[in-house]
Ligand binder design. Structure first.
Ligand code: BG6
Length: 478
């Protein structure tokens, strides 16, 4: 279903995110018939560049980041004709009058802040002062949204001077991933899971986001961030919220976000002994983390594993184990929910018994897998064995399943539709920082050093202990 025609201004239009995600994503939505041809995309950045030069850059981005089967020459030409460019001085006056002149009446106006957070305030102010944004306009802000509670609060306050909360779309691209949204469908559109979705029946939950890439050219940024700020405070926290939240009364932006917020507020402080930080070493012809960061004494973590407790009636006693890291054995993200033993076994084959595990695979090969016990076939008596009820979206849904839109594509269309369900509200971000801050501050106070780990493994050995201690084990990363 096409969205309303829009004018989308991409600040930071020449940047990496615009080239990799925003422009290619918009092209795919155009190809899919969702972006109406009456829409326009206006790149805005510091560089003095002609419209033709910017269009050439967009064309190159599509050639590089859109798969060959989706590159239709006529459609690309048509898409490129919707693009224009304005050189803008975020902190001065240059270009703003021109931008104002480019805005049309009667279409949705959206402004994507794909720039350093230090510029968010200046952009919001100028959009307002130059009367470029109207009451229906939307702004989209990228992470990092602050680096602690104080900076996030200041940022929220700055944006709030010129925009209402209903106009602010804070991106966490994990919420745009198909399977992440499916989590809500699985939980709340089936009767099957919800009755047992609680500490009484769930032994523990593992959330894993493993990457094979290192920090490469992003070393300078990463050294100011680390895995805790870059991944846990946002992406893993959002996944945890979707698993742990109470059913919202409706699939409505504020109803969903209210429930997520309650989960974040229910998180216990994390004890020092329940966290393992790691940093990848050199290996396999690849550089180490400190080589990438260019600070030989860097204490920044590229890996983190932790045990988290959600202190409420539903979850008391069920730990959530989170881990994420770079340069690990495989690129795999999944949520695994391990259920408890049946209260009483009627079978003698205790050895054959395994726990039920529901695995929700985010990437690759999005899908779900439920491990169930059955009888081992054959005449050998009542012996038990475990088998997977495995579903891959691509297989189950045929072409529709194979054509899953990228998180950014979906989220940008949601901005135009005015649907904030998959965006973080200001209070949610602040609550997540309020939880993360004391953890980070404790490391800084202690001068905590991450453990080195070999690239291509599943992280530091100590992370294994985190679960062994509790009589559990991590699922394999593969
Ligand atoms: C980004 C982080 O938000 O998410 C990166 O800044 C990380 O460090 C990336 O690599 C992971 O996203 P995805 O979609 O590839 O899992």
């Amino acid at each position: 279903i096409p969205v309303e025609p829009f004018d989308l201004v991409v600040f930071g239009g020449t940047g990496d995110l615009a080239r990799r995600k925003i422009l290619p994503g918009l092209y795919r939505r155009f190809l899919g018939g969702q972006m109406p041809p009456e829409s326009r995309i206006i790149g805005a950045a510091r560089s003095e560049m002609t419209e033709d030069e910017f269009r050439a850059m967009a064309r190159a981005a599509i050639a590089e980041f859109v798969s060959a089967d989706k590159r239709d020459a006529a459609m690309i030409d048509q898409f490129i004709s919707l693009i224009s460019y304005v050189a803008i001085d975020a902190k001065g006056d240059g270009g703003w009058a021109t931008l104002k002149g480019m805005m049309r009446k009667g279409v949705v106006r959206a402004f994507y802040f794909s720039v350093a957070p230090a510029l968010f305030g200046a952009l919001a102010e100028r959009l307002h002062d130059h009367n470029i944004a109207d009451a229906k306009s939307r702004i989209v802000v990228e992470k990092p949204f602050g680096r602690d509670l104080d900076t996030a609060r200041a940022l929220n306050a700055t944006l709030a001077k010129h925009f209402r909360e209903e106009q602010i779309y804070r991106i966490d691209h994990y919420l745009g991933k198909e399977t992440v949204q499916n989590l809500m469908a699985v939980r709340f559109a089936n009767i099957l899971f919800e009755p047992i979705w609680k500490a009484q029946y769930i032994d523990h939950v593992q959330i894993t986001v493993a990457e094979t890439v290192g920090v490469e050219g992003r070393g300078a940024y990463y050294d100011t961030s680390g895995a805790m700020r870059d991944m846990v405070q946002n992406h893993l926290m959002q996944l945890l919220c979707l698993i742990a939240m109470e059913p919202p009364y409706h699939f409505d932006p504020n109803a969903v976000r209210d429930e997520k917020l309650k989960v974040i507020r229910a998180l216990d402080p994390v004890e020092h002994q329940d966290i393992v930080r790691g940093q990848y070493l050199a290996g396999g012809g690849q550089k180490s983390y400190v080589d990438h960061s260019e600070n030989p004494a860097s204490k920044t973590e590229s890996y983190i594993a932790m045990k988290v407790h959600v202190s409420n009636w539903r979850w008391k006693g069920t730990p959530f184990y989170l881990r994420t890291g770079k340069r690990l054995r495989a690129r795999t993200s999944e949520i695994a929910i391990t259920f408890k033993e049946p209260p009483h076994s009627i079978f003698d084959d205790a050895e054959g018994w395994r726990e039920n595990v529901l695995v929700i695979r985010l990437q690759p090969n999005e899908g779900m897998n439920l491990m169930v016990m059955i009888k081992e076939p054959g005449p050998g008596g009542m012996r038990l064995t475990q088998v997977p009820l495995d579903m891959s979206f691509a297989e189950a849904l045929g072409e529709d399943g194979a054509d899953i839109p990228d998180a950014y594509e979906r989220l940008i269309m949601d901005v135009i539709r005015g649907n904030q369900t998959l965006f973080m509200r200001g209070d949610e971000v602040e609550a997540a920082w309020a939880w993360a801050d004391p953890i980070i501050q404790a490391w800084e106070r202690k001068g905590d050093k991450p453990r080195g780990y070999e690239p291509g493994t599943s992280g530091p050995e100590d992370a294994l202990m985190l679960l062994h201690r509790d009589g559990r084990r991590w699922r394999e990363i593969r």
